[in-house]
Design a protein around this ligand. Structure first.
Ligand SMILES: [Ca+2]
Ligand SMILES: [Ca+2]
Length: 177
């Protein structure tokens, strides 16, 4: 695993621990889903439901694959094992990426405007300056917009243990992890 991937994994653990008790559990993913969906003002109910379902699936996959001691929670140590067999998370990450990017494109034109990108990523907990840098790294054009598939690919790369020097690395800049 790359050092960059290490930092990305540590950051996502800290953000997904939405109730800040040091472990991941079902409650964290409900809180996170609420926070993200709250920003999706222009999205239809189906897109919001898909986002919540993706968060729940994410949690169930973690629990199934990583709860080594069977206590129904995922510790940081358990979570880091996700990088050992990333292929077991591919489909879950793909569903999550599609659902999140879809919220970014409520009018379905295949493009995502910066303000909504900022709002959704801030809801997840990333630093505003880092989100801005990430959006720039996605090389917006055509009225400061990025393509939905660019964001989907960026989310998948974020979780790829072998990747370094990717746009997603902007998200870890200056964070405590
Ligand atoms: Ca927690
Ligand atoms: Ca556990």
């Amino acid at each position: 695993m790359t050092t960059e991937a290490d930092r990305r994994v540590a950051l996502v653990f800290s953000l997904f621990d939405a109730n800040a008790n040091g472990v991941l559990e079902a409650d964290d993913f409900e809180i996170m889903a609420d926070r993200v969906i709250r920003e999706a003002h222009a999205s239809g109910q189906a897109a919001k439901d898909a986002m919540r379902a993706a968060f729940r699936r994410y949690w169930r996959t973690l629990l199934t694959e990583l709860d080594e001691n069977g206590d129904g929670e995922i510790s940081f140590e358990e979570f880091t094992a996700c990088v050992l067999s990333p292929e077991r998370f591919d489909e879950t990450v793909a569903v999550f990426a599609e659902a999140l990017a879809a919220l970014g494109d409520p009018d379905g034109d295949g493009l995502i405007e910066r303000p909504l990108f900022m709002a959704l990523m801030t809801a997840i907990g990333f630093e505003p300056a880092n989100i801005d840098a990430l959006f720039d790294a996605f090389e917006p054009s055509d009225g400061d917009r990025i393509r939905v598939e660019t964001w989907v690919a960026g989310i998948k790369d974020y979780y790829a243990p072998g990747k370094a020097g990717i746009p997603g690395d902007h998200l870890t800049v200056g964070t405590a992890v």
